[in-house]
Design a protein around this ligand. Structure first.
Ligand code: ZN
Ligand code: ZN
Length: 410
């Protein structure tokens, strides 16, 4: 290899490009690549420069990783020179982290928008959900951190279903009281009509005559030869004469399912709820994946949260602080009356017991009311006179000792 290609090799993480582990079998690599090639193919993404670049990158990666000798050289070189020193290499260091936005930055809007999301969930968020599903399906089996099936057993072993991630935004009150919401999940699935072959029922795909079923065409460019996905079959290796009407020959459809998710009372902003077995179904008898729901809570314009307690700030006047008063304060249920005792300092916290988060198990939270004495900017007229009279009649405790010190020093 010459210098240009070795520098290239160091900077490029071909495993990440194909979304496979470093230990991926040839089969896994081939499978991932074919799926990518099909999805990113220029014919399917007309005038999409980003798809075109990714398509080329995938071809380049596959060219190296599909060739045992080249792959070995590539692995050796990267371990020798420490791929961690490079940004791209570092990102996939240890074969665990791979940023899907790298590959799909331009695709988040494509076919992933949810029509009719659940109440409280923005469409954009659900676009995100569909996006991650599509991502995971592209890397079925070989995804980093995936099922971890060994190279030799990858094909036959039962396969755990993919985990699915989604986000939901709850209103403040929904989060405090708990709620059940229907979540619409979208994921890429196999077409039921043609079982993924893309061929009209009753017909079968035939081996691509252009590439003899390999899905690849070799090209020469200068002294290099590289492979790229066959344009005839879009890298699939087979050609469909009569397309399946359901999926228009792609073999895949977007499936959506709606599940009801119960959010317990007191669910917090930023909390991630795991619903075991509610992800995608497994293959060949494998268990289903899990569903993760990232919860966001819209703030309320009055109430705050501190664990299971609700918080509320109530402004009071100087007179109320001095003389005491009964305050009517809102709660999430009926308003309550709170006694402000005479001589209450600003910042004092009063408690309305049991008016916070009420959980099924455990003691309920409280509503904690902070009284905040308001000092008026300025007063005029009678209020001013009253205040001046008040000032004369009410000596400040402890001030005389300070004044004595001032006199002595003067
Ligand atoms: Zn079909
Ligand atoms: Zn072909």
């Amino acid at each position: 290899m010459d210098e240009i290609s070795s520098k290239d090799w160091l900077e490029k993480d071909f495993y990440a490009v194909l979304g496979v582990n470093k230990s991926a079998s040839a089969d896994e690599i081939k499978k991932s690549y074919r799926k990518l090639a099909r999805d990113l193919h220029p014919d399917r993404n007309p005038d999409n420069r980003e798809a075109e670049e990714k398509f080329k990158a995938a071809s380049e990666a596959y060219d190296v990783l599909s060739d045992d000798k080249k792959r070995k050289e590539y692995d050796e070189m990267r371990s020798l020179f420490g791929s961690g020193a490079f940004r791209r290499g570092a990102r996939s260091g240890g074969g665990s982290q791979f940023d899907p936005s790298d590959l799909f930055g331009g695709f988040t809007g494509a076919g992933a928008g949810a029509a009719g999301g659940p109440p409280g969930a923005g469409d954009r968020r659900f676009g995100g959900a569909g996006f991650s599903d599509i991502f995971s399906s592209i890397f079925s089996g070989g995804g980093p951190g995936g099922a971890g099936a060994g190279p030799a057993t990858a094909r036959r072993a039962p396969h755990r279903g993919r985990d699915v991630e989604t986000e939901v935004t709850l209103d403040f009150v929904q989060a405090v009281r708990g709620t059940t919401l229907p979540l619409k999940l979208r994921s890429a699935g196999e077409c039921d009509t043609c079982h993924g072959s893309g061929a009209k029922p009753g017909t079968t795909p035939r081996t691509c005559p252009q590439c003899q079923g390999s899905g690849l065409i070799s090209r020469n460019q200068g002294s290099f030869s590289f492979s790229e996905p066959c344009r005839e079959c879009q890298g699939a290796g087979t050609v469909v004469d009569e397309k399946c009407p359901e999926c228009r020959g792609t073999g895949g459809v977007t499936k959506s399912r709606t599940i009801n998710v119960r959010f317990p009372a007191g669910v917090a902003d930023g909390q991630r709820i795991r619903l075991s077995g509610r992800g995608e179904p497994g293959d060949r008898g494998g268990p289903a994946g899990d569903l993760y729901v990232q919860v966001m809570v819209r703030p309320d314009d009055l109430f705050g949260r501190s664990g299971d307690d609700l918080t509320l700030t109530v402004p009071i006047t100087i007179a109320e602080a001095v003389l005491g008063t009964d305050l009517r304060v809102p709660t999430l249920d009926a308003p309550v009356t709170l006694r402000v005792p005479p001589g209450t300092p600003s910042g004092r916290k009063l408690r309305a017991r049991g008016k916070g988060v009420v959980r099924k198990d455990g003691p309920p939270g409280d509503l904690i009311v902070t009284v905040e004495m308001q000092v008026p900017d300025g007063v005029t007229g009678e209020a001013r006179e009253a205040l001046e009279r008040f000032s004369k009649l009410t000596p400040v405790a402890g001030r005389d000792r300070l004044e004595a010190r001032v006199r002595r020093a003067g």
